[in-house]
Design a protein around this ligand. Structure first.
Ligand SMILES: Cc1ncc(COP(=O)(O)O)c(C=O)c1O
Length: 366
């Protein structure tokens, strides 16, 4: 990234001079790296750079609904999507579109049959994520995509959490639009991409109008250094994914095993069919422990989070856990561990000791 912050500080849209052309070449290389990670065959036409997955989700969903929905249309999604999908859908509802928010089962999976039943003649889009950010459940994207194809409905997938961590290849999967985020795969923050299958872009309305960059779908000067870093991160992820996923799965097993040995009253939130879960995700609740209290106690030593969001005076339990039918007490006690590239077995053991000590302390207080 560094050369593009100094000596090669050209605007990729300024092709009339050498600095601009160098920047443009770097962007095109990054486009190929992103495309390769996703399996996209036509980088120049199919990869649109954005400011991140929030923007990618907005562009995909609003872009399609507003163009195709000259008469308001119908969208199918699920209750456990990220807010960048749910709130985008709510906005469209306010504009007259209809949205079906599908239930998930106790493990966080949506049923392809329910997706199929929810599609009507005016359905313009199905939006279902790849892996859930709180409980790691990997959705049956292939089955859902096959059903959308049969109905001639476009399919958007927020793949932020799953890409590189579970099989995902747009050259074989029936998906039309895919959102990815750089910082979720160790690239810089504030950059992402939307895969737009050939032919689909013409059916979309841009969110951002202006200089016509990114084939008119996303105007604005490109953030060249960030895009270069994003591309490099994608290449690294492609090369390490298989070995790293096995390593992450083993670390998760170590974490779970350690916690189970040192503290009782532990419940796993989400599936224990590990082949259908993000390998770095573990979400658990401890009986008699408030998740927030545990997070506060750990905040300087273990970087965990809960699904709870603080809204005014009340702590709202995670809407994802609620949608899975998990009761409020248990949802309040939930803690989400995300294991990643930098983590070692020694750190996992240390985390187990620290968490166990705090769980015992909090229980003793209660
Ligand atoms: C599933 C999912 N979708 C979308 C986003 C938003 O991505 P970004 O931060 O790049 O806007 C996130 C970020 O946490 C996410 O986990």
């Amino acid at each position: 990234m560094l050369p593009y912050l100094s000596g090669k500080f050209g605007n990729a849209g300024s092709r009339s001079h050498i600095w601009g052309r160098h920047a443009a070449q770097a962007v095109e290389r990054a486009r190929q790296q992103v495309a390769q990670l996703l399996g996209a065959g036509d980088p120049a036409r199919e990869i649109v750079f954005t400011s991140g997955a929030t923007e990618s989700n907005n562009l995909a969903i609003k872009g399609l609904a507003r163009r195709l929905g000259k008469v308001p249309g119908h969208i199918v999604t699920q209750k456990t999507e990220h807010k960048a999908v749910l709130d985008t859908c709510k906005r469209l509802e306010n504009e007259g579109h209809r949205v079906t928010y599908l239930d998930v089962d106790g493990q966080g999976f949506v049923s392809p049959a329910a997706v199929s039943e929810a599609m009507h003649d005016d359905t313009v889009l199905v939006s279902i994520m790849l892996a859930n950010n709180e409980v790691g459940s990997v959705q049956p994207v292939e089955e859902i995509g096959t059903l959308t194809r049969e109905r001639g409905v476009l399919f958007h997938c927020d793949a932020v959490q799953g890409v590189g961590r579970t099989a995902f290849d747009v050259s074989v999967l029936p998906v039309d639009l895919v959102s990815v985020s750089s910082h979720k795969l160790y690239g810089p923050m504030g950059v992402g991409a939307l895969f737009v299958r050939r032919g689909v872009g013409a059916r979309m309305l841009a969110e951002m109008d202006g200089g016509g960059q990114e084939r008119g779908l996303r105007s604005g000067t490109l953030n060249v250094p960030a895009i270069v870093g994003f591309g490099a991160a994608c290449e690294l992820l492609s090369s390490e994914a298989d070995a790293e996923n096995v390593r992450l799965g083993a670390l998760r097993e170590r974490l779970l095993g350690g916690l189970r040995e040192s503290v009782g009253g532990l419940h796993i939130n989400g599936t224990t069919d590990w082949s259908r879960r993000h390998p770095g995700n573990l979400n658990v609740s401890f009986d008699g422990v408030d998740g927030e209290a545990l997070l506060v106690a750990l905040s300087r030593s273990v970087g965990v989070s809960s699904g709870a969001a603080c809204s005014s005076a009340t702590m709202e339990p995670s809407y994802v856990l609620r949608a899975m039918g998990i009761d409020d007490d248990r949802a309040h006690g939930s803690v989400r561990f995300g294991i990643g590239r930098g983590n070692t077995p020694a750190e996992i053991d240390q985390a187990v000791r620290l968490v166990a000590a705090q769980v015992q302390r909090i229980r003793a207080l209660g």
